[in-house]
Structure formats: C-alpha cells, structure tokens
Design a protein around this ligand. Structure first.
Ligand code: NAI
Ligand code: MG
Length: 333
C-alpha cells in the first residue's frame, strides 16, 4: 500500500526544490501518495493567514510531511509559520544532520554529526515583558518533562542511526537551576544507555571545539537557543544553506524541511540548489523505514556531487535545479 505524505511546496524557491525532490523520491521506487497542500503567501488573500487549518489537518492525518520554506510576511502581525507548526503539532525535537560530502567546498572532510535541539521551550517560550520603561525580562522556561523527552530522543536517535556518542550542551555552571535541570536529566538518562558514550560540555567550550575538531562529535543535544546557534554555525562547516537538511519531530508526527528560507533573490530562476531538500527527503524515507530507497538516493546524490561536473551555481557549477535533479534520477536508473 502506498505511504501517504503531505507535501507543502511553500514559497519562492520552495516550489522548485520540492518539485525536484518529489521527482527524485518517486524515481527511487518508493510508493508514496503525495497529498499536496498549499501554505504561504499565495493562500493569504483567500485564507487571511499563511497557515490554513487544512494544512494542519493534512499533517495530522498523514503524520509525515515534506515542506518547502515559507516566507513569513513582515510587519502584518503574522506569526512565523514554522513556530506555529511546531507548537500546533508538538514537534519537540529539531534535528539537523551536519555532514560533509566529497565535492562540496567546506572547511573539513569527514564531518558527520547531528544536532538535536529542544524545540518547544527555553528562551523561545515567548514570555517577555517590560519592567517599567528601562528594563525588560525574557523568561527561560525549562521543565523536567521537556528535558527528559529531548534527551531520550537524542539517545534513541543515536541508537537507531548507529552513532556512538552523545554530548549534552549547557551552561549549568551559571544557570544552575534551568540548565542544571537539563544537565541532570542528561546524566540520569545516560545511565540507561550503556552502549553509548556520554559527555557534557559547556556551550562556549563546545563552540570552540566544534570549529576545531567537528569530527569528534556524533550527537549533540542542546536546549533551544544553544541548539539554534550551534546548528547554523555547524552548517557553515560543511558548505552552508544549500546543503543542510532538517526535521521537526514529535511523538508520532514529523515534518521534514531544508534549513534555508524561500530565497526571494533567486526564486523562479531554476538555479536554487535542491540538495538540502533532497537530503530532508532522505531523512523522511529513513523515518518511514524505507532505508533501501533512502540509501539509493543518497548514493546517487553523493556520486553526482563528488564528480563535480554537475553542480548548481552555489557550489560553483552551472546546472539548474531541474537539471541537477535529473542527474540524480539518471544515476538511479
Ligand atoms: P534564505 O535562506 O531564503 O536565503 C539566504 C541566502 O542564501 C540567499 O542569498 C539565498 O539566495 C541563498 N540560498 C538559500 N537557499 C538556497 C539554495 N537552496 N540554493 C542556493 N542558494 C540558496 O534566507 P532569508 O533571505 O533570510 O529568508 C527569506 C525568507 O524565507 C524570509 O521570509 C524568511 O522568513 C523565510 N524563511 C523560512 C524558513 C522556513 O520556512 N523554514 C526558514 C528560514 C527563512
Ligand atoms: Mg536558526
């Protein structure tokens, strides 16, 4: 029976990169029935908001979605579609694999790590207020429940994906209660996973070590803000926005999407790099248990990139979005 997946093309280059990715996934032989639902700028005139309820309903029904980037309208009182989606669907784990591919200009070879970021609380809880006119407070909310579930997610992910080490990042030396709770949760949970090494690291030291020796890390699990910053920094180690995939995962629902935005500067020109979205699609296939097809696409993609003859402009080549995808499809035949 076909697997049902919600496909949200998104805005700008989202249309081009998701269409290319859909074709690559279909060419792998996996039987997916796509339910295509539109969100973003194009639906604002009709629905008054970029994230209509039917999009949420489709994801709730199918449990899995592949999503293109969506432009957050500026200054019109709209919330970010991504924040709204994560909260609506309780997608508490943000997963960003940082992997170097031969052929992509980057600072290091052999980087293969995953940043697991807590996606629901911490300094992104949205509790902020002024105290008089000249002071302000942002409240960092940390609950044991959210700590325990993100730490457990990180260890289970390590187990499932065959990684050997989990590093928990914090600043518990200063934030003794909030980050202290996160660290305590990590230490406690680590005892249940005898086959996986565990270490903790203070976030500033982690930043330095990640730049110096990124190959030494497998799974890095972090509270919301540190995870946000570390993952963008780490993306810079392996070739940048065009090539880094991501996923927002909850207990039984997952939304896969590239890290980059809708790139209005290059939209509609068939020049965007679809690699980040294709890699997000590969993550999705693995989540669905379709390891064989996932590997087939990953092998074809890495071969095309490695040869270096068929690349998009951001990586120094001259292929269009569509032509690059076709190279991968040809390779799989
Ligand atoms: P952006 O990621 O869209 O673009 C930054 C720069 O990277 C641009 O020069 C762009 O051309 C380039 N770039 C991005 N993806 C590329 C690709 N696949 N291939 C080649 N070049 C690529 O970030 P920006 O400009 O800050 O945001 C544009 C819009 O996207 C905003 O409305 C923002 O809110 C939205 N956005 C949406 C996200 C989502 O839906 N997940 C995530 C980030 C931004
Ligand atoms: Mg960020």
């Amino acid at each position: 029976m076909a697997l049902k997946v919600t496909l949200i093309p998104g805005d700008g280059i989202g249309l081009e990169v998701t269409s290319a990715t859909k074709d690559v996934i279909d060419a792998s032989g996996v039987d997916i029935e796509w339910e295509i639902v539109t969100a973003g700028s194009s639906v604002v005139p009709a629905y008054g908001a970029p994230l209509p309820q039917y999009v949420i309903e489709s994801i709730k029904k199918n449990k899995v979605a592949l999503k293109g980037p969506i432009t957050t309208p500026v200054g019109k009182g709209f919330r970010s579609v991504n924040v709204a989606l994560r909260q609506n669907l309780n997608l508490y784990a943000n997963v960003r694999p940082i992997k170097s591919y031969a052929g992509i200009p980057s600072l290091y070879d052999n980087v293969d790590l995953i940043i697991v970021r807590e996606n629901t609380e911490g300094l992104y809880s949205g509790v902020e207020h002024m105290v008089g006119n000249d002071a302000s407070e942002s409240i960092k909310i940390v609950t044991r429940k959210a700590c325990d579930r993100i730490i457990k997610f990180a260890f289970e992910y390590a187990k499932k994906e065959g990684y050997k080490k989990v590093t928990a990042v914090h600043k518990a030396n200063i934030l003794k209660l909030s980050d202290g709770m996160f660290l305590q949760s990590a230490i406690e949970s680590s005892k249940k996973y005898k086959d996986i090494q565990f270490q903790d690291m203070i976030v500033d030291a982690m930043s330095m070590k990640l730049i110096q020796q990124p190959q030494k890390y497998d799974i890095i699990v972090a509270p919301n803000l540190y995870g946000d910053i570390l993952s963008d920094m780490a993306a810079g180690l392996v070739g940048g926005l065009g090539v880094v995939p991501g996923a927002n995962i909850g207990d039984d629902i997952a939304v896969f999407e590239p890290v980059h935005g809708s790139a209005p500067d290059i939209a509609g020109k068939n020049i965007a790099n679809p690699t980040a979205t294709i890699l997000s699609g590969i993550m999705m296939l693995k989540y669905l248990g379709k390891y064989e097809e996932a590997e087939k696409i990953e092998t074809a993609l890495s071969e095309v990139i490695k040869e270096g003859k068929s690349l998009t402009q951001d990586l120094g080549g001259n292929l269009g979005t569509r032509e690059f995808a076709n190279e991968i499809i040809k390779r799989m035949e």
